[in-house]
Design a protein around this ligand. Sequence first.
Ligand code: HAM
Length: 417
Amino acid sequence: MSLKAPRGTNDILPPLSLKWQYVEEKIRELLRVYNYEEIRTPIFEYTELFQRGIGETTDIVEKEMYTFTDKGGRSITLRPEGTAPVVRSFLENKLYGEAQPRKFFYIGPMFRYERPQAGRFRQFHQLGVEALGSNDPALDAEVILLGLNILEKLGLTDLETYINSIGCPKCRADYLEVLKGYLQEHREELCRDCQTRLERNPLRVLDCKNESCSRVVLEAPLIIDYLCDECDEHFNQVKDYLDYLEVKYQVDPTLVRGLDYYTNTAFEIKYRGLGAQDTIFGGGRYNGLAEEIGKKDIPGIGFAIGLERLMITLEEQGIELPVEKGIDLYITTIGDRAKRAAFKYIYHLRKAGLKTEMDYLDRSVRSQMKAADRMNATYTIILGEDELDKGVATIRNMKSGEEVEIKLDKLVEHMSM
Ligand code: HAM
C-alpha cells in the first residue's frame, strides 16, 4: 500500500500555495499598518501550558490535543492554538517591561484531533493577533475592525459579526451559580460529558454540540444579564466604538467560545456559505490568562482566522487572486555547448530578477518548445552552435509571435527592459 498523508491533513500544492502566499502577503501589509509585529513561538510546548491556559475541561484539552512524552520524559503537546504560547513567550521574555500595549501576530499550523469534515482539519493554519497590556475597550473594537478589514481587503462580502460579553471572574461566579442551578434541573437531558461539565465547568455545556444539550441551552440563563457594572460599561464602550465606525454586528448572548481563558468581549465572524464550520475567525479578551500562566496581571485581546476556511470562502465567493502564472523566458538549447551557455545565461538572468528556465532532460527542440508552452513562457530563445558562433539569437514573444534578433551579450539587458 502506498503511503498517504495522515487523516485530517492537507498538502497545499501549487498553484494553491501561490494563492496562500498572496493572501498572507496582503494580510501582512495590513498588519504592518495596524502596527502588529510578527512573533514565532515553537510548534510544541509543555502540555501544562495548554491545560492551564485553555482549561482542563475544554474539548480541546480533554479530547483534541496531540500529546506525547518526549525522550526526556516530558509531556509535550503540538500547539492546538496560539494565544497561550504568545502569552507564555511575552511573560518569559519579560516583554511587559516595554511600552504597552504590545501587538503581535503569527501565522502557522495548529493541531487538534477533531473529526475531519469540510472546513475542519487536524492540522490547520491560523493567522492570529494578540494585543497585550491594555484593557481599553477601544482595543477590543480595533481588533474586531482589523479582522474585518483583513477579510474586506481580500474582497470578501456577506460576513456576519457576532459579539458578546462573558464578564469577569467576579460577575461570572454569580452567573455560574444560576446556570448550574438551571442545568441541574435538566440534568437528565444532558449528554454524559455535560453531566460532568455541569459540576466542573458549567459554561462548557453552553457550547456542547449534542442536540439534546443544545435544546436545554436554548432556555438557559444568559451571562449578559449578570454582568457587573464594570463589565457592562466595558461592553457598552466596545459597542459604542463599533457603532461609531458603523460596523454592522449582532449581539449574540449565547456566544461563549470554546476556550476557558476568555473574559469580557467575545466575538465570531461567520460566513454562512461555509456550512457547519462557518466561523472564519473568532477571538476575545483574556484578562486572566497571564495570571494563570505566569502570575502577572496583564490584560490581552486577540483573534485567530482559520486560513483554510478563509481560502475556502474566497473560492466560494469566486474571488480571483492575482497570482503569478508562467515564466519570463525559456531557453531552448541544441547540444552541449548551448546547454552550458544557457546555464550561464539563466544564472545572470535570474540574478537580474527574471524568471527563467531551460531544459534538464536532453529533450528535442520540439519537446522543449512544448515545455516552454506548458510553463506559460512569455519569451523563448533558441540557442544552438550557429547562435553561439555569431553571438546573436532570436527572441520570440510567445503571445504576439513577434521576433527580435539580439546580441547574446545583451540578453540580460534586453530582457530587463
Ligand atoms: P478558535 O475559535 O479555537 O480560537 O479558533 C480560531 C479559528 O481557527 C476558528 O474560527 C477557525 O476558523 C479555525 N479553526 C479552529 N479549529 C479548526 C480546525 N479543526 N480546522 C480548521 N480550522 C479551524 C482560537 O484558537 C483562539 N486562540 C483565538 C484567539 C486569539 N483568541 C484570542 N486570541
